[in-house]
Design a protein around this ligand. Structure first.
Ligand code: OSB
Ligand code: MG
Length: 366
């Protein structure tokens, strides 16, 4: 498949409500989309980098820069996803930028051959159970109202964002209000240190599914030490950028569950490799999210249908994030999202919506 050009398109998507984590508050999603154009058709990839390098070192302007300066010029003349992955390997890091480009090429390929992402990746389900990630709030009553709304909508699992000062009280309140049956987990986005182990162990009383990324991204050794002091399973997000990282974390005892985000690990191929590794080690995985639009969501939902994804993911419906998505909205039915069955990602950007939210376009001819 010959690529004739690449479009980098920047869009601004207002969030329905501010999303607060231990690393910052998001009120709008600033998204870079990659469109690959070939004689046989086009393909799309969504870059999950955020405006500022707070979740990880990548950020949207940096991703656009590395794409136009290094990654796009390195594309092989005849591109398939594996060849793209090999061609990008010499450039260190920038996994979110690489993932967007790899996804766009894979999408173009699969659209041309009529195969869906799900089928290509090895999906074994036609719908996936969905959880919801709930940001840090100003008060516990406000949190309880928000969680009640999501539970009423049918979400099968709730994840609470935590940080020092917003941990035991909100978890206790949600448990008391919604009972022991609610599947509940927490995500600290690296806000604690090992000195907080005693406090984190108090979360053991609440029967959480897992605690996600309690400590620093680059500290597997301390996560292993913490895991020994908790009954709550430790899950890693930010720490896992590759299958090698996942293997190290499992070997060290730093993680007994892994959150897989295709963007964070450099694309669906690496995500699948992590999945396969975890299945081989009996480690459950689930599909995380980065507040994606329908394009990124389609890839996540396809991935989440693989057999090792044994826990509900942060694959919420479009309406949890945006008043209007750039694709047909993903809608929750009985707590699940359907895995798209159409060719490639199986969803298309709606041209009028896309144009309305576009803030910049750049065409790179190859
Ligand atoms: O840590 O999982 C995270 C959103 C942005 C950046 C990091 C994270 C998140 C979420 C929300 O928790 C996941 C989603 O609903 O897309
Ligand atoms: Mg996380």
């Amino acid at each position: 498949m010959k690529i004739t050009g690449i479009e980098l398109r920047r869009i601004a998507m207002p969030l329905r409500s501010p999303f607060r984590t231990s690393f910052g508050v998001e009120t709008a999603r600033d998204v870079l989309l990659v469109r690959v154009v070939t004689p046989e058709g086009e393909g799309w990839g969504e870059c999950v980098a955020m405006s500022e390098p707070r979740y990880c070192s990548e950020y949207v302007d940096g991703a656009a820069d590395v794409l136009r300066r290094f990654l796009v010029p390195a594309l092989p003349a005849v591109a398939d996803a594996h060849a793209v992955r090999r061609a990008l390997r010499p450039f260190k890091g920038h996994r979110m930028a690489k993932a967007a480009l790899e996804t766009a090429v894979l999408d173009a390929r699969l659209r041309a051959s009529g195969q869906s992402f799900g089928t290509y990746l090895g999906a074994e389900r036609d719908r996936v159970p969905c959880g919801v990630s709930v940001g840090i709030m100003d008060s516990v009553p406000e949190l309880l109202d928000t969680v009640a709304g999501f539970v009423d909508e049918g979400y099968v699992r709730v994840k609470l964002k935590i940080e020092p000062g917003w941990d035991l009280a909100p978890v206790r309140a949600v448990r008391e209000r919604f009972g022991d049956e609610l599947l509940l987990q927490v995500d600290a986005n690296a806000a604690y240190t090992l000195a907080d182990a005693r406090r984190l162990a108090e979360l053991d009383a609440f029967g959480l599914l897992l605690i996600e990324q309690p400590l620093a991204d680059d500290d597997l050794v301390q996560h292993a030490a913490l895991a020994k002091r908790l009954r709550t399973p430790v899950c890693l997000d930010e720490s896992i950028e590759s299958a090698r990282d996942a293997a190290a974390a499992i070997t060290l005892g730093a993680a007994s569950v892994i959150n897989i985000k295709p963007g964070r690990v450099g694309g669906c191929l690496e995500a699948k490799a992590i999945h396969d590794l975890c299945v081989a080690h009996g480690v459950p995985v689930w599909c995380g999210g980065m507040l994606e639009t329908g394009l990124g969501r389609a890839a996540n939902v396809a991935l989440a249908a693989l057999p090792g994804f044994r826990l509900p993911g942060d694959t919420s419906a479009s309406g949890r994030y945006f008043a209007t998505d750039i694709t047909e909205p993903f809608e929750l039915a009985d707590g699940h999202l359907d895995v798209p069955t159409g060719a490639g990602l199986g969803v298309d950007p709606l041209p009028e919506v896309l144009d309305r939210v576009t803030t910049a376009r750049e065409w790179i001819r190859l």
